[in-house]
Ligand binder design. Sequence first.
Ligand code: C5P
Length: 230
Amino acid sequence: MAELVVALDFPEAAPALALVKQLDGRVPWMKIGLELFCKAGPSIVRQIKDMGTNVFLDLKFHDIPNTVYGAVCTAAASGADMLTLHCSGGEKMLQAAVRAKKDIATPENSGPILLGVTALTSLDDAEATSVYGSNASQAATNLAKIAMTAGLDGVVCSALEVALMKKSAPPAFVCLTPGIRMGKADDDQARVSTPGNAVRDGSDYLVVGRPITKADDPIQAAEAFLHAMN
Ligand code: C5P
């Protein structure tokens, strides 16, 4: 059953916490990204968890293996239930993250879900080709293979690529998909899909930010996305 993740892209903790309170348990996951984390720091993770939701800490690590090993350990200690790393950091970097997760696991807590970011959903085919030398779906598939080999739990990709990913992935390998829109995107997202199509194609987690956070009525907007996922 696919789950909704609301991206709390706010410049301050107060509006993020207010929205989590307003949503009142309707949405199982909240995503903390760079904007909120750089302002509010790691304590925001625990604050949001204490309000009863899972926290996805989307900091997209991309560094040498030793640094990523340490960052996964400290990020996990913040209480985050899910973390991201760029697949383009390479297999050794991703393996260091998997090793960190194993090293910090306890009998009660097996550690955060580790997801590899493939081609950002803001990249269209032309930009993906300039970055990776191949179109977006080919680049995402190639990057996902590195994530699978390294032992990550899943990937971040566009919903347009999920069906392709799932064909070659082990059954437990999850796909988290940003770029979810009710219709066409009128912003920086390039590879978008509707909630219904994302679920139909096998997405496990659907990330929605601005269509909820910037809506006149964010609760009604969240309800509409939840409804469209069924
Ligand atoms: O506002 P919007 O729905 O576009 O938000 C999407 C969220 O997902 C943002 O927080 C963005 O950082 C994140 N994200 C993404 N594409 C990726 C990985 C993460 O849009 N490949």
